[in-house]
Design a protein around this ligand. Structure first.
Ligand SMILES: *[C@@H]1O[C@H](CO)[C@@H](O)[C@H](O)[C@H]1NC(C)=O
Ligand SMILES: *[C@@H]1O[C@H](CO)[C@@H](O)[C@H](O)[C@H]1NC(C)=O
Length: 166
């Protein structure tokens, strides 16, 4: 059995911002053993810290894991799952450099959002008899119901109330 390990060497080159940072290392560097090492790019993690003469060795995130910022992690994060029991489905699959993006299922709206991804969704409310749908639910808002005026009716699924027919 041959295990193929793909190790990619990234060198992160970013302008240094000494003027507004008191830290020892530059923005795209991290400190380890008193040395400043370049961070790994999103999509990768640290495989080997840098030495005096060799830059940081980065490795791509394994399948179903990711890193979404320049980092010094030796392990990537596990991709989120869009759980249908929380009213969610996949909008964008997880990639090495970005977590899964979830969206509400059809006829659900999002109640909890983190970094542009929905964490929890709830089914749109249904209007009762005697009410009409003032505003249909969207992926981000619930249905808005309103009461019918006298002498009009709706079974709860109409977008306006209808006059009673004699
Ligand atoms: C790094 O490079 C310098 C100059 O080439 C050399 O003198 C030194 O021994 C090297 N250090 C290591 C740890 O290889
Ligand atoms: C309301 O009326 C419409 C049209 O007559 C019908 O299709 C729908 O199933 C009814 N809905 C309810 C909740 O009774």
């Amino acid at each position: 059995m041959i295990t193929l390990k793909i190790i990619v060497l990234f060198t992160v080159i970013v302008p240094l911002h000494y003027d507004f940072c008191w830290c020892r290392c530059a923005d795209a560097e991290y400190e380890i053993d008193g040395r400043c090492c370049p961070m790994c790019a999103p999509g990768a993690r640290v495989y080997r810290h840098c030495t005096e003469n060799i830059s940081t060795t980065c490795a791509a995130s394994p399948e179903f894991t990711y890193t979404d910022e320049p980092n010094s992690y030796t392990k990537c994060f596990t991709c989120s799952v869009c759980d249908s029991s929380r009213g969610l489905r996949v909008k964008k699959a997880c990639r090495w450099w970005s977590d899964t993006v979830c969206e509400p299922l059809e006829q659900f709206y999002c109640t909890e959002r983190i970094k542009g991804s929905c964490r929890n969704a709830v089914k749109h409310s249904e209007c009762s008899a005697g009410q009409y749908i003032k505003q249909a639910g969207t992926p981000s808002t619930d249905t808005v119901c309103a009461d019918c005026e006298a002498d009009t009716y709706s079974n709860g699924s109409f977008s306006s109330c209808l006059p009673h027919t004699m």
